[in-house]
Design a protein around this ligand. Structure first.
Ligand SMILES: [Zn+2]
Ligand SMILES: [Zn+2]
Length: 349
């Protein structure tokens, strides 16, 4: 085992503090890499604050991880020393069920995917995430980060990027598609960039016009404030796909009515309360309401390659580990444009 520095939460109320954790020895099919950057996802905050369920402390969050390979097992074929690599939201799955076989490990039904943190690995040990100096992961769950992408701005593609890319692909977004993006945050800004790169006409639906300049710069054609009373009426039947990146409970009926015939409203966030769907808001135009969670390993590689080919990545603010607690407060206050990424250099020495 190797001892590495990390930032961990030990309770739902205290700050994250510097500590040490252990990483397993590299097995025949494992890759060890030095972590260079780790994105801060809102899920990290929900987890450490026990807002979803009681986690198993200490929690070392981080599932947007980018770094450089330092050791490979004897049977590893896909990676070599010095490779630029990443790990997203999960580090293992059953590898046996139909969904795993189809490359949809995020929907594994043979025990479920094993989270990058706050989970238990095959070795029976708790998993720890990217707020640390290095990590050991089975090569089947490691991604290649293309040369064209900077490691820091690539890290958020491993959660925010794939979470928005997968539904855009699944619902066949392309040239001519009309896509609405609800919320311009960590997920929303990636949805705008990706859908635009796919050739869609993108509209941002944000509470106010505060970030309008950014939204248009990122590629959106239109930008509307949902606090404006006329917005919903004006945009009735206007979209083929709406991605909802907001985790608050919305007045869903009004959003659904912006979806056109046979269109879909895709829920990506996890609001606290059940979704309230007025029946006529889906009956009327044969609309669908759906959900989607991250993406499989193959598709995560695809989004990285897609971003490299289109010259896009996440908009980030790089911070030092000792700023994590302050960054959390700012994420909760939506005061980040658009993703915090921790430079983990001080955790490697
Ligand atoms: Zn995430
Ligand atoms: Zn499975």
């Amino acid at each position: 085992m190797t001892v590495v520095a990390a930032y961990a939460a030990t309770s739902s109320t205290g700050p994250l503090t510097k500590t040490t954790i252990t990483r397993r020895d590299v097995g025949p099919r494992d890759v060890r890499f030095d972590i260079h950057f780790a994105g801060i996802c809102h899920s990290d905050i929900h987890t450490v604050r026990a807002e979803w369920r009681q986690p198993r402390y200490p929690v070392v969050p981080g599932h947007e991880i980018a770094g450089i390979v330092t050791e490979v097992g004897s049977e590893v074929t896909g990676f070599k020393l010095g490779d630029r690599v990443g790990v997203g939201c999960f580090v293992d799955s059953c590898r046996d069920c139909d969904n795993c076989a189809a490359g949809l490990e995020q929907y594994c039904i043979g025990g479920g995917m094993i989270g990058t943190y706050n989970s238990v690995g095959r070795d029976g040990q708790p998993t720890h995430g990217g707020y640390s100096g290095s990590i050991v992961v089975d090569e089947n769950y490691v991604l290649h980060i293309p040369e064209a992408l900077p490691l820091d701005a690539a890290a958020p593609l491993l959660c925010a990027g794939i979470t928005t890319y997968s539904p855009l692909r699944h619902w066949n977004v392309g040239p001519g598609s009309r896509v609405g993006v609800v919320g311009l945050g960590g997920l929303g800004h990636m949805a705008v960039k990706l859908a635009t790169a796919m050739g869609a006409e993108v509209t941002v639906l944000s509470q106010s016009l505060k970030k309008m300049e950014d939204g248009l710069r990122l590629g959106a054609k239109n930008y509307h404030a949902t606090s404006e009373p006329g917005t919903f009426k004006k945009l009735r039947n206007s979209f083929d796909v709406i991605l909802n990146t907001v985790s608050a409970n919305l007045d869903l009926g009004r959003y659904l009515e912006m979806v056109d015939l046979d269109g879909v409203f895709v829920e990506l966030g996890a609001p606290e309360n059940p979704l309230v769907v007025p029946p006529f808001s889906i009956i009327g135009m044969r609309r669908s309401i759906a959900g989607s969670v991250i993406g499989g390993i193959a598709e995560t590689q695809e989004v990285l390659d897609f971003c490299a080919a289109h010259g896009i990545a996440s908009e980030i603010e790089v911070i030092a580990p000792d700023y994590i607690n302050e960054a959390y407060e700012r994420v909760v206050a939506s005061d980040v444009r658009y993703r915090f990424v921790i430079d983990t250099e001080s955790l490697r020495s």
